[in-house]
Design a protein around this ligand. Sequence first.
Ligand SMILES: [Fe+2]
Ligand SMILES: [Fe+2]
Length: 187
Amino acid sequence: MTILLADLLSDLREDHRNMAVMLDLLGGQVEHIRNGERPDYELIHDIMRYMTVYSDAVHHPKEDLLYGAMRSEKPEMAKGLERVEPEHRELAKLGEALRNDVEAVASGAAVTRDRLVEDTNNYVSMLRKHMAWEEEDLFRRARELVASEKEKFIDVSNFDTLDPVFGPERQHSFANLLQNIKDLSTS
Ligand SMILES: [Fe+2]
Ligand SMILES: [Fe+2]
């Protein structure tokens, strides 16, 4: 499947809005832990499952297609793009660490609150920083490319998996996460 470059960019920006919701939910769980309350481990696990199956596996590779187009169409726009791939790798690693913590808790292993807070904060702050860089710098440059390449299509066949939480076909296994998103928007 091919889509217009302009649509690719707007899909990526929508992903960011959705990922920001996930980060808000994670931030809320950190607050629970800090207040000495038990966090919702299932929710943290669902969020990290979403970040693995969608953000790492679909959003980041789709961004690579956008950045690849910037590199090839407008080499003068390529400054700093070499930092994207290592940041995506680092985010996947930090996400895996947090997911492992929660899975360890589920299997009965002891994970300290400090470690859970630290791993969650590391993940949230790096992802927030990464997304802010993309929004404020990379996506702005991409908008210039879109403006000059209105008819450019990008092949996204390898990454056209639908978003399992925010997409048109919501996966039942994310029901708990969906309820939390709903509660967040009504609170
Ligand atoms: Fe990214
Ligand atoms: Fe992104």
